[in-house]
Design a protein around this ligand. Structure first.
Ligand code: CTP
Ligand code: MG
Length: 179
């Protein structure tokens, strides 16, 4: 059923969806690249990727996965997903932050300034890395949860959710750009 597939997709991806949004709220302080530029004279990552944003974002994603595991007994009839193993909680959350960081690295190498858009990459960078990392560190859970229809649902829904939440964050003044 489509509804069940979508429910599993959103449920299982929540620990990957939250970190970047929390990073927007918690970000600031020392940038990960320490202000360094590479040979192309562009910043390695830029001021938009900070230690604090990354740490707090990752912690929030892990905390959410643990919270969802508490709720799981009550929703297991509705959302056919197994509880998050701790390895998956960490890989979904940290993988999402890592994907976003890698995207910034690519953006800087291609001369895009901080905040520039890179359609497609911006919306799916964190999905690809969080899923790959989870497939490696929590393989059994990953294969049980991310069936092909669920992966398709994630790839279709994530850009929509991403664009929606970013537009909202911009509208209420939390982000400098609406993407
Ligand atoms: N942020 C952070 N650490 C991260 C990711 C995000 O501190 N690892 C915070 C920063 O304050 C950043 C904001 O969240 O400015 C928005 O994140 P994002 O859109 O990913 O960064 P941009 O500033 O747009 O920079 P980039 O062009 O590198 O994506
Ligand atoms: Mg950005």
């Amino acid at each position: 059923m489509v509804v069940e597939t979508v429910a599993v997709a959103i449920w299982a991806m929540l620990p990957a969806y939250i970190p970047n949004n929390v990073a927007v709220l918690a970000g600031g302080g020392r940038p990960i690249d320490g202000g360094r530029t590479l040979d192309d004279d562009n910043r390695a990552l830029g001021d938009g990727k900070t230690w604090r944003g990354t740490a707090v974002g990752t912690a929030a994603g892990v905390a959410l996965a643990l919270l969802l595991n508490r709720v799981h007994p009550f929703v297991s009839g509705v959302v056919a997903a197994e509880p998050f193993p701790i390895a998956a909680a960490v890989s979904l959350s940290f993988g999402a932050m890592l994907g976003d960081i890698l995207a910034s690295f690519i953006k800087r190498r291609t001369g895009r300034r901080r905040g520039a858009v890179l359609p497609g990459v911006d919306q799916l960078d964190f999905v690809v890395v969080s899923l790959l990392l989870t497939a490696v560190v929590a393989t059994g859970w990953f294969l049980d949860t991310f069936t092909l229809p669920v992966v398709v649902a994630v790839v279709v829904l994530t850009p929509l959710l991403h664009v929606g939440t970013n537009a909202l964050a911009y509208a209420v003044g939390l982000k400098d750009e609406p993407w």
